[in-house]
Ligand binder design. Structure first.
Ligand SMILES: C[S@@+](CC[C@H](N)C(=O)[O-])C[C@H]1O[C@@H](n2cnc3c(N)ncnc32)[C@H](O)[C@@H]1O
Length: 261
C-alpha cells in the first residue's frame, strides 16, 4: 500500500472509532481489570519521569492527540500544550471535552510550526498506524520542530509481543476484507530497529523501554478470574512491568522510545 493511502487509512479508521476511544478514556473508574487502561497508566508513569525534568510552562506537542485527555492532563500540570490531530471526529471530541485547549488539524510528518519550538513531542499509540517511510518522515519533522536538547516520547508495537498480536493482526485481515470493513495498517517493529532509525536521523540518548507484560491482554480475554490471578503472578515476577533488557523488552505490550535532539 502507498504511504499516502496508509496515512489516509489511519485517519479514516479513527473517524470511525472516535466514540469508542472517547468511551475508553471516560471509563477511568472501571471496576474490572482493563489492560487498555492499565497499559496506559504504566506508560504515563514512564512519561512522568521525563516531565519531571521539564520546567513549568515547557512547550509540549502531543501529536495524534485523539480525544485530548492526555493534553488536558499535561496542561493541568502547568505545561504549555498543543494537540495535533488529523481525524475530524477525534478532534471534534477533543474540542468539546477541553474547549480551553488548542487542537490543530495536521499529520505527524507535516506540522505547521517553525523550527526549534518544542521541549517535548509525544506520540502515544500513533506511529503504529503509519509505515516505515512515514515514520521516518515523522521523526525528521519532530527533529526539525524540537528545540536543541528537546525530547521525543513515542510508542510502538513490538513485533514479538507476547500477546502474539503480529499473528492475530494478519489472521484477522482477510475477514475485514471479506466484510469490506476498514482494516488499519500496523507497523510492527523491534527496539533495536527503532533505536537505529532515530540515531541515523541525528537523535542522541536514544532509549527503548518495554512496558507491561503483553500476556495480560490474552489473560483478560480468558475471563475475569484468570485475568486477576495472571496479573498477580506478573506483578510478583516483574514489579514495575518495565523491561529494559532484551528479550523481555521486545515482548512487552508497549514499546516506548525516548530520544533527544
Ligand atoms: C489510538 S489513538 C491515540 C490517541 C492519543 N494519543 C491517546 O493515546 O490518547 C491514535 C490517534 O492518532 C491519530 N492519527 C492517525 N494518523 C495520524 C497521523 N498521520 N498524524 C497524527 N496523528 C494521527 C488518530 O486520528 C488518533 O486520534
Amino acid at each position: 500500500m502507498k504511504t499516502k493511502n496508509i496515512v489516509e487509512l489511519a485517519i479514516k479508521r479513527h473517524d470511525i472509532d472516535a466514540s469508542w476511544f472517547q468511551d475508553q478514556y471516560q471509563k477511568n473508574n472501571d471496576a474490572d481489570f482493563n489492560p487498555f487502561q492499565y497499559g496506559r497508566t504504566l506508560v504515563i508513569n514512564e512519561l512522568s519521569n521525563i516531565l519531571s525534568q521539564l520546567p513549568s510552562g515547557a512547550k509540549i506537542l502531543d501529536v495524534g492527540s485523539g480525544t485530548g485527555h492526555l493534553c488536558s492532563w499535561l496542561s493541568k500540570q502547568g505545561f504549555d500544550v498543543t494537540g495535533v490531530e488529523p481525524s475530524e471526529e477525534m478532534r471534534g471530541f477533543a474540542k468539546k471535552n477541553f474547549p480551553q485547549l488548542q487542537f490543530i488539524n495536521a499529520i505527524s510528518s507535516k506540522i505547521p510550526f517553525n523550527e526549534n519550538q518544542f521541549d517535548l513531542i509525544i506520540s502515544f499509540e500513533v506511529l503504529r498506524y503509519l509505515n516505515r517511510e512515514e515514520n521516518i518522515n515523522t521523526y525528521n519533522e519532530y527533529y526539525r520542530i524540537l528545540k536543541p536538547k528537546g525530547k521525543i516520547f513515542v510508542t510502538h508495537v513490538n513485533m514479538f509481543a507476547s500477546d502474539f498480536y503480529y499473528f492475530f493482526y494478519y489472521l484477522k485481515k482477510p475477514f475485514y476484507k471479506l466484510k469490506n470493513k476498514v482494516y488499519h495498517y500496523c507497523y510492527f517493529t523491534t527496539p533495536k530497529r527503532e533505536e537505529n532509525l532515530l540515531k541515523k536521523i541525528g537523535f542522541s540518548q536514544v532509549q527503548s523501554i518495554g512496558i507491561m507484560s503483553a500476556s495480560l491482554r490474552i489473560a483478560n480475554k480468558l475471563g475475569k478470574w484468570y485475568s486477576k490471578i495472571h496479573l498477580q503472578i506478573i506483578n510478583k515476577l516483574f514489579k514495575s512491568q518495565k523491561f529494559l533488557d532484551n528479550p523481555l523488552k521486545s515482548m512487552a505490550g508497549h514499546l516506548v522510545i525516548t530520544a533527544t535532539k
